[in-house]
Ligand binder design. Structure first.
Ligand code: HEC
Ligand code: HEC
Ligand code: HEC
Length: 210
């Protein structure tokens, strides 16, 4: 390899580095939201487009996420970065619920924790109860296949809430920890199976808790 060649090679790296520095200086995130005229939804020829705010401008100040539309909406509302109106009509009763529900314990994946609080920050009970889920622990037959087909949790997740590729946000509770909890709660029954409350989830996987 000649000296000239090496110099040119080094020049290439230097300009690449300079390019990287420029990209870092320019807000990286701005490139990650498609501009309205390029999003495949808006008509780029419509002059009215100029009136609309670009997604990058609206979303960049909000807490970041690595998936979906790149905003962590739960953090956004918890931190006060956004404060959406809770109701249109003064007579509407705003209801929060704080219970967490464990679904699908002792399967091949960590168990699923469904948190009511993070949902009722955005949604009313009637968005889910009773047409989607019966409001009783263990009364629903969940299925990951149905979810991937856009039913149950998948009606929203992957559509208007974080996508289904984020397995560990739902499958967030270690089965070992649940087993230890169950043992601690029932010390007098050492040989009892440890999955008493959610039979459908355990049986769906063919891996009964033990
Ligand atoms: C995003 C959907 C969703 C919303 C919104 C929602 N729930 Fe639930 N709810 C669930 C799911 C899922 C379960 C778990 C059912 C199961 O284990 O089979 C559940 C379980 C329940 C249960 C039984 C377990 C418990 O927490 O005691 C009650 C009661 C309940 N919901 C009441 C409410 C009320 C009241 C609201 C509104 C303040 C509400 N839910 C909003 C999805 C929702
Ligand atoms: C009616 C719509 C809807 C349904 C049905 C729904 N979710 Fe959600 N979920 C949301 C929204 C909206 C958020 C908040 C925005 C986000 O995190 O993307 C959310 C957030 C979450 C979070 C994140 C909480 C956090 O602290 O970041 C979890 C976990 C979750 N959902 C699990 C589930 C599970 C499990 C089911 C099914 C049992 C389910 N959801 C059904 C709309 C829904
Ligand atoms: C929106 C929440 C949500 C997300 C995201 C999610 N799941 Fe699930 N998953 C569930 C629920 C609820 C069940 C319970 C269904 C059941 O009882 O089988 C479940 C059940 C399962 C099961 C059967 C039970 C077990 O542990 O063996 C598997 C396997 C599974 N999910 C794999 C995945 C994988 C892999 C991903 C990511 C690609 C994923 N899930 C993402 C909610 C979710």
């Amino acid at each position: 390899m000649s000296w000239r060649h090496r110099a040119r090679g080094r020049g290439w790296w230097l300009s690449a580095l300079a390019g990287l520095a420029a990209v870092a200086a320019w807000p990286l995130a701005a490139q990650q939201w498609a501009r309205l005229e390029a999003d495949g939804l808006h008509d780029p020829a419509n002059p009215g487009l100029a009136q609309l705010q670009q997604p990058a401008e609206a979303l960049m100040p909000l807490p970041r996420d690595t998936a979906g539309n790149l905003v962590n909406w739960v953090q956004a509302i918890d931190s006060g970065a956004i404060a959406p109106r809770t109701q249109l009509f003064p007579e509407t009763q705003v209801r929060l619920r704080e219970t967490d529900i464990i679904i699908a314990r002792y399967g091949s994946m960590p168990a699923v924790k469904f948190p009511h609080r993070q949902h009722t920050l955005w949604l009313d009970c009637a968005n889910c109860h009773d047409h989607l889920f019966r409001p009783q622990v263990g009364a629903n037959r969940f299925s990951m296949t149905a979810i991937l087909n856009g039913e149950q949790c998948g009606l929203c997740h992957g559509a208007v809430a974080f996508p289904l590729t984020e397995c560990n946000r739902c499958h967030s509770v270690s089965n070992a920890a649940l087993r230890a909890q169950a043992r601690a709660a029932a010390p007098s029954a050492p040989s009892a199976p440890s999955a008493p409350s959610v039979p459908s989830a355990a049986s769906a996987t063919g891996m009964g808790g033990r």
